[in-house]
Design a protein around this ligand. Sequence first.
Ligand SMILES: [Zn+2]
Length: 447
Amino acid sequence: MAALNYRIASELVREVERPKDARHYTIVCDACGARFEDDGSTLQCVNTHEPGLLRTEYEERTFKIDQRAEGLYRYRAWLPSIRNLSGSGRTVTYRSDALSRITELPNLWIAFNGYWPEKDAWLATSTFKELEAFTVLSRRPRKHDDVLVVASAGNTAAAFARACSLNNVHCLIVVPEFGLQNLQFSDLLNPCVKIVSIVGFTDYCDAMTLADRVSSVDGFLAEGGVRNIARRDGLGTTMLNAVEAIGRIPDYYFQAIGSGAGAIAVYEAAKRLIDDGGFGNNLPRLMLSQNLPFVPIYTSWKSRQRDLVKIDAEDGKKQIQQIAAHVLSNRKPPYSIKGGVFDVLNETEGDMLVADNIETLHASRLFEQAEGIDIDPASGVAFATLMKAVRYGQIEPDATVLLNITGGGRYRSWLDKKMIPARPDLLVDGSEITSDETLERIIGLFR
Ligand SMILES: [Zn+2]
C-alpha cells in the first residue's frame, strides 16, 4: 500500500503528449501471437484461425491511478480509452464488520457496484455493466457514424442506454421482454438510443441472434460482448479498485456469472497487477456461481470438460424462467473459447458453485439487513455460495476474500429518485427475429 501511495504522489498523472486518438496500448492475439494497432472497434484477430479472445497490452506496466479523473477513468492507464466521457462511476471496495461476523471471515472485502450515496457509490443504473459501457464508448474513435448494436439480458442494456444517451451516441439496444424492468432512468433517454424488445417465450440468446443480424447491415456495428477488449478491461476495474483499497491481490474472488465476461476481466486485471510486482504474485482463485436450475457452466466445469454441455433451447428457456437472478441467463457463454471461462477457472484453480432461489433470496435479505442496502439476486447467488464455501471448509479463515456485489441499491435509487421506465421503440415477437421485415423495421428506426 505504501508503495502505491508513493507512486500516486510522485507520479501523479504524467500526461504524455500524443496526437488525438493515439492509443497507449497494443492489441495482442494469444491464439496466433499477432500484435496490431486498435481501430477502436475490432473484435477479432487480423489473421484467420479458430476463435480466441484478443487482449490489450498497455505501455504502462505499473498500476497508476489518476486521482483527478472522474469515475472509472481513475484507472485510464489500463483502459483502452482515448477520451473521458462524462457521467461514469466506479466500484467502491470496503470492509464490513457485520458481514465479517456473519461469514467468520475477518478479511472479507466487498467490491460494491451500485448506488449508495453514503459510500460514495454512484453507478446510476446500479450495476457494474456501467463500467463496460463507458469503456466501450470511450474506446471508439471520436468521429464515427455507425449505430452501436448491444444485446443484453437487462443490466447491460440499462448501462449502455444511459451512457449513450448522455454522450449522444447512436445505439440500438436489443433486450428480451423480462429485461425491460431494469430500464428505468432518472431522465428521459436521448432519441439517439432506440430500444427493441423481444416478446414472447424469449431470452438473452434471442436478443443476441437479432443483434447479430442487425450488426451485419451497413451502418450498424456489433458491440461484441465478451470479445470487446474495452468491455473486459472496464469490468476489470473492479479488481483494480479492490486492490487500491486492500493493497494486495485477494486470495479468493466470488462472483455470480451469466456469461463470465466479468470473471475473465478480473483474471486479466489480476495478471497485470502481478506483472506490476507490488501487490502479490498469486492469481485470486475465481469462485464463480450460477443460479439453480439454470447452471450450464457449473455442469460443464464439474465434468471437467472444455466443451459446454448441450442445452436444448426450449429446456434452457424454461430453466431461465425459473431462476431468481434473471440476468444469469446466457445459453451460449464464452466458456470453451481460448482465454474463456474454462481457461480462467483452470489457471486460477477456481471452482464453480451454485445456489438455488431460496438460498439466493435468503442471502440477499441477510446482506440487506447487515448493510442497509438492497442487492440484485445475482449478488445474492454470489453471497450464498460464499457462505456455503465457508461452511464446507473451502476457504481458510484468514484468507483475503473479495465478494463482487452488483445491482447494489437499485431499489434505494428508485426511492431516492423519480425514475422513468423506458418505453421500447419496437416490439418484435420471438417468432419474427429471423424475418427480413423485422430487419427493415429496425433499420427504419434510425432513418
Ligand atoms: Zn490471431
